[in-house]
Design a protein. Structure first.
Length: 1250
């Protein structure tokens, strides 16, 4: 079993994207815990990953050069976001409108965990739908009557669990969210009966000696081989034609859309044969544990070895409803709760249908807790793995169970070097021959226990699932040296269990015990013994809890040392634990019961935790009311184990107070509190609270009162320019002394709102580590200004308002509340309509004004309060504060009033002001004003292909102590040129631009600037062609693996690389002229290599050139003898490494901002050639050829090429008249050196002619 990585398994904490354009895969194969050989990736992987949230908003995360960036784009173009980073590095991004639904529990918080969404393959490049599970209140009849929710498809009803798995169309996800009542909209009839919307989480898969090892042959000899018992295998399907399974499968079904039951992976076939294989392919040597069982095969994982929770839930319901006595599940995923939807389903189905679910513990050991879901279910028989010598496997998942310290696993079985059936055409594990393969993992151990359960069910057909579990676990062979949280009661032992007539409770599980002031009551667990025999049995009882922290005297006790169990009856003994005694930590051991011919073991476990005290944190917003939302984090500041609590209070929870309990100790408490104007539907303020360090020695109550907030501001002085604030991004981080950290933040546009930001300094200072507060603000000269009678109006402008150059003098008209009746009373044609409304989303009013012929519209509140405006549409719109609006309306009422409106397509300049404070507590004066002389100027040219388009761009910034930057995405009109000023001292920056919709992303290099420095940038300048990421060891090799750092496209700037929007890409590899696969590409000796890469890029409005590019990089290489280049060893530090002598190309074309050149004129441009970073050989180019085409490559004409200096070639040719072309110019370039290295590149429609 292999789980989706979470937190600790990340490449980079908090990052969800590859750090470079290439990947070296060295993870375990999904079927087992076997290590894999390094495999090079020849098709570029993303520089960043974008996911669409359930609200329709998109979030992009990337990590380059050790710096992570997180950006969010609101579906409407306007909206704020809250961010939260957990100690494990997972990043959550919540749109403000979704906060109440998350707080109330209607929406699973994992729907906003962008780290998990990307790791699960739910990113936008991978799929167009977001899989969710909708859980309804009521029974199956209610479910059948539910109307469909909007924007959903591929519904898979799960009546037994009152749920439906659906795919939410990402392009219409906003409609789905609105149907739930998102953003204050009215909930649909179906949504009113929704209990919860879960992320349909990704779940992944986790003999001849091993079958005798557990005693199966003895059971066979007694006539017990599983005959008559149904066992279901929920996995990757099965090779039904394999000799070991032929005729053995009574029923099968696939729950994976588009895939048949046939096993294209191999895992399911291996598991099924381990349970009930006939061994026919090995002359009976490799029989399964229960070869007489009736097999059911449910395919719930795809041929890649992973699946969605909804597929698995459907398979579980099918198996249980079809009468399977045992259900084997060698799969699972990470969880941070003991009662997620999968584990809840196990308990519900087990109770309803009488099926025992045997589930893998997971392969994430030896760390703990590492039990995966659904193995965390109470009723599940959870299985760890041992070797053939009964040594606990290093990879076997360990308990205790996350969340409540429950005792898991209950049992172990052989899971190392297990040989079983190999599915045709698969290579899972280590193939032994055509019919068999060997694999490691708790996936292999689980079917051994499932087979044993089948045999026990045959022996005892009346046993319930709980009785089967007790029988198997209590008769297991206890292995010395391991705790109960590592092995349960021990390794499954049919030699004992198959002949036993006395059984015991599987475990005495106390979970968590904690002392309390004044004394805590003792806790007890009953251990029952059942005697199926005809004679009374007297048991000798002994309890040894020495496998964990040794108990103190009186800490744990057994009520009796002997116990007589009557024939055909039962008796019990009591285990007592005193929470007030003993050391803190894990305590586990075993209660043994022995008699003549009887050997039983019951696992005993509890975790004695520090006493927890209540904590209550109350929120008061700036209006003195309960907050719209308050997100709270508590984190222990002592190094070592994490104690982390996070939650919400406010509208969604129905309470203004967040309550929890924590052990006594030192903590940081931080929160972000949102004050919202309900009428306008917008934030009034977002205030950040930090209590850097508090000693919690007893019950604690804190109040976060936003009325005391100190303004948080970042500004610029000395520009002499008219500036308005356009966006802000704020993040509060508490870093411990050991580097562990938690963070909360907000980000969003502010040019359309009066929302403020503030800070609240709580008690305490950090003894170690630091409090970090960053507050970045963007400023620009306004795209719309208005004045009346010489008074400048303080206008707010929608983020997605119309862009045009115009100066208007408009007669102002009072149109009241902006309803149809109001417009019927006045003439607004060619005038400025003034509308009084407390709403923020005023698109309907603007549309009425446009329909009435208004030239522009101005909004002002009808009652005092903060102003916010979002309209959409093409009518120029603005809003002014309440007081200013009242004065304007009074003027209009008294006399003819003209409002002068000035508009421009794009700002001429912007300023990025990054304020940051790092210290022992929140700053007492959180204001920062940067003098203009401290800025550098970036002259940015934004190109577009033949037409104007609205792009988005952002400049990520990092203080020296920051590792993550958060941004919403401001808009920029392309084509345009503007000056972008960035604060230089101590900062690092990376620029990113997204063109069109659906957009293409282009990312720049990490940069630093000097004060008053000037830098020029050109974005999306033609031709678009494969880019090269300038990272350490971007193009290098060892003797076995290689990296090829090409991104799908770049632009005319060599420092830019793009990675999104490619609709089709293909790569072919050649060695010495023969096409080979990735695993056969490299050889130690000298060889001639060629990489052919073709992209067919999806077009988007305004980005229509360079849509098909073919490149062939030929180079000669041999295995390195040392480490070449300054940073080559970063690719594989333990191996020798050499930089590949690849010739890379770049273009410097004199085109206009629309990527056009004049027809009938001469063209001269520079063709650049360069080598990868770190290359130490000769870079001399000995030849170059360039050809041009005016018919998309049907015919070509040679251009004149003169060699210049430093790898630059001067290219000249004449464009024909426009009518003699198809309107576009295609380019074909060939460059080579004297060492056998050559690059040939063809770009169709590189640029346009006019």
């Amino acid at each position: 079993m292999r789980s989706v990585p979470k937190g600790r398994a990340r490449l980079t904490a908090g990052a969800v994207a590859a750090a470079t354009a290439f990947a070296l895969l060295a993870s375990a194969p999904p079927a087992s815990a076997d290590p894999a050989s390094p495999v090079p990736a020849t098709v570029p992987t993303p520089l960043a990953t974008t996911v669409t949230l359930i609200t329709g908003d998109t979030v992009t995360v990337s990590t380059l050069d050790g710096r992570t960036s997180v950006s969010a784009a609101a579906r409407s173009g306007s909206g704020s976001f809250q961010t939260r980073t957990a100690p494990d590095g997972d990043v959550y991004v919540y749109p403000a409108a979704a906060l109440p639904a998350v707080a109330s529990g209607l929406l699973d918080r994992e729907l906003f965990n962008v780290t998990v969404l990307a790791a699960s393959g739910y990113d936008d490049a991978s799929r167009s739908t977001l899989p969710v599970i909708v859980e309804y209140a009521g029974g199956a009849a209610t479910l059948a009557a539910e109307p469909a929710l909007p924007a959903t498809a591929s519904a898979a009803a799960i009546p037994a669990l009152h749920a439906t798995g659906v795919g939410v169309d990402k392009n219409a996800a906003a409609d789905f969210f609105a149907a739930l009542g998102g953003g204050g909209a009215q909930r649909t009839l179906a949504a009113n009966r929704i209990e919860k919307v879960w992320l349909d989480a990704r779940v992944r898969i986790a003999l001849e000696d091993s079958v005798p090892q557990i005693g199966a042959p003895g059971a066979w000899a007694a006539g017990h081989d599983g005959t008559g018992v149904k066992v279901a295998v929920l996995d990757t399907g099965a090779d039904l034609g394999h000799p070991d399974l032929a005729g053995r499968v009574a029923d099968s079904r696939s729950f994976v859309p588009g895939e048949e039951v046939r096993d294209g992976h191999g895992h399911g076939t291996h598991v099924a044969a381990t349970i009930a294989g006939s061994g026919a392919g090995s002359q009976g040597r490799r029989k399964g544990v229960a070869p007489g069982a009736s097999l059911m095969v449910g395919k719930v994982l795809d041929n890649g070895g992973s699946g969605q929770a909804s597929w698995i839930l459907n398979g579980m319901a099918w198996a249980a409803q079809s009468g399977a006595s045992v259900v084997s599940m060698s799969l699972g995923g990470d969880t941070d709760t003991p009662d997620d939807i999968l584990s809840d389903a196990v308990d519900e189905l087990s109770a309803q249908y009488g099926s025992l679910f045997v589930i893998a513990a997971g392969n994430s050991g030896p760390a703990s807790p590492t039990i995966g879901s659904p193995g965390t279910a109470d009723s599940a028989l959870t299985v760890g793995a041992v070797s053939k010598t009964d040594t606990l496997a290093n990879f076997s998942g360990r308990g205790p169970r996350v969340g409540d310290n429950g005792l898991k696993p209950e049992i172990t079985a052989p899971g190392v070097g297990i040989i079983a059936a190999r599915a045709t055409g698969t290579t899972m594990g280590t193939p032994v021959d055509d019919l068999y393969t060997s694999a490691n993992g708790t996936s292999m151990a689980t079917p051994h226990v499932a087979g044993a359960a089948v045999i026990m069910k045959q022996i005892h057909p009346d046993f319930t699932p709980a009785q089967l579990k007790d029988a198997l676990v209590s008769t297991a062979k206890n292995l010395p040296g391991y705790t109960a949280y590592q092995q349960g009661s021990g390794r499954v032992d049919l030699a004992n269990g198959g002949t036993a007539t006395v059984f015991a409770s599987a475990k005495a599980d106390f979970g968590t015990v904690s002392p309390v002031e004044g004394g805590a009551p003792k806790q007890t667990r009953e251990v029952a013994y059942t005697n199926l025999g005809a004679s009374d049995v007297t048991l000798s009882l002994a309890m040894d809890l020495g496998r964990g922290t040794a108990p103190a005297d009186g800490e744990a006790a057994l009520s009796a040392s002997t116990l007589t169990v009557p024939a055909k009856g039962s008796a019990s003994v009591t285990v007592t634990v005193d929470p007030m005694l003993g050391e803190f930590g894990e305590h586990s051991g075993y209660l043994s019961a022995t008699a003549s011919g009887v050997a039983l073991t019951t696992a005993v476990g509890y975790v004695r935790k520090l006493p927890e005290v209540p904590v209550a944190i109350k929120g008061v917003d700036r209006l003195g009311a309960s907050p719209f939302n308050m997100t709270v984090q508590l984190f222990n500041v002592d190094s070592g184990e994490w104690v982390y609590r996070s939650g919400m209070a406010g509208v969604g929870t129905g309470s203004d107070t967040y309550t929890t309990t924590v052990p006594k100790g030192r903590y940081t408490v931080q929160a972000v509190l949102n004050t919202t104007d309900w009428a306008a539907g917008s934030d009034v303020a977002a205030d950040f609270y930090s209590a850097a360090e508090i000693t919690v020695g007893g019950p604690l109550s804190l109040t976060v009162d936003a009325r005391a907030a100190v303004p948080l501001k970042a500004g610029v002085s000395g520009t002499g320019r008219d500036l308005v604030r356009t966006w802000v991004s704020t993040s509060l981080t508490r870093v411990r002394g050991d580097g562990a950290q938690v963070a909360v933040g907000t980000m969003g546009p502010v040019g359309d709102t009066e929302a403020a930001q503030g800070v609240l300094r709580g008690p305490g200072t950090a003894a170690d580590g630091a409090v970090q507060l960053s507050h970045d603000a963007g400023y620009a000269d306004p795209v719309l200004t208005a004045s009346v009678g010489g008074e400048r109006l303080d206008v707010l402008v929608p983020s997605l308002g119309p862009r045009r150059d115009a100066k208007l003098s408009l007669r102002a008209v009072d149109t009241g509340a902006g309803e149809d009746a109001d417009f019927a009373k006045v003439d607004v044609k060619g005038k400025l309509a003034i509308i009084r409304s407390d709403a923020g989303f005023v698109g309907a009013y603007a549309r009425r004004a446009a329909a009435a012929g208004a030239a522009a519209v101005l909004f002002t509140r009808a009652t005092p309060g903060k102003t916010y405006i979002y309209t959409g549409g093409d009518l120029p719109a603005m809003a002014v504060p309440f007081e200013q609006g009242q004065r304007l309306l009074a003027r209009v009422a008294s006399r003819k009033t003209t409002v002068d409106v000035s508009m421009r397509k794009e700002s001429r300049y912007t300023y990025l002001v990054p304020a940051g404070w790092r210290g022992k507590a929140m700053p007492s004066d959180p204001t920062f004003t940067a003098p203009a002389r401290k800025f550098a100027e970036v002259r940015a040219a934004y190109h577009a292909d033949g037409a104007y388009r609205l792009d988005s761009e952002t400049m990520y910034s990092w203080q020296a102590w920051q590792t993550t930057a958060y941004r919403s995405l401001p808009y920029v009109l392309s084509p345009s040129v503007r000056s972008e000023y960035v604060y230089a001292p101590g900062m690092k920056y990376r620029h990113e631009v997204r063109a069109g919709e659906p957009w293409l992303r282009m990312t720049g290099a990490l940069k630093t600037y000097r004060e008053r420095e000037r830098d020029d940038e050109s974005w999306f300048g033609a031709p678009l062609h494969p880019g090269a990421v300038d990272v350490p060891c971007g193009f290098c090799r060892t003797d076995k693996a290689w990296a090829f750092g090409i991104t799908p496209y770049g632009d005319s700037d060599p420092g830019h690389a793009g990675d999104y929007g490619v609709s089709a890409a293909s790569a072919k590899l050649f060695r010495d002229g023969v096409q080979v696969g990735t695993g056969d590409f490299l050889v130690p000796g000298t060889a001639d290599y060629r990489v052919e890469y073709t992209t067919d890029r999806a077009t988007s409005p305004g980005a229509t050139y360079g849509t098909k590019v073919s490149t062939a990089w030929s180079f000669r290489s041999t295995a390195p003898t040392g480490v070449e280049g300054e940073e080559c060893g970063k690719f594989a530090p333990e191996q020798k490494c050499g930089v590949l002598p690849v010739i890379l190309t770049g273009y410097d074309l004199p085109l206009n901002l629309l990527n056009q050149a004049r027809a009938g004129r001469g063209m001269e441009f520079d063709l650049r050639t360069f080598r990868p970073a770190g290359y130490t050989g000769s870079s001399r180019i000995t030849g170059a050829k360039v050809s041009v085409s005016y018919d998309d490559g049907a015919t070509w004409r040679a251009a004149d090429v003169d060699r210049g200096r430093d790898g630059v070639h001067e290219v000249e040719y004449e464009h024909p008249r426009l009518s003699a072309t198809n309107g576009y110019v295609s380019l074909r370039v060939e460059v080579w050196d004297g060492s056998g290295n050559r690059t040939v590149q063809t770009i169709i429609r590189a640029y346009a002619l006019v």
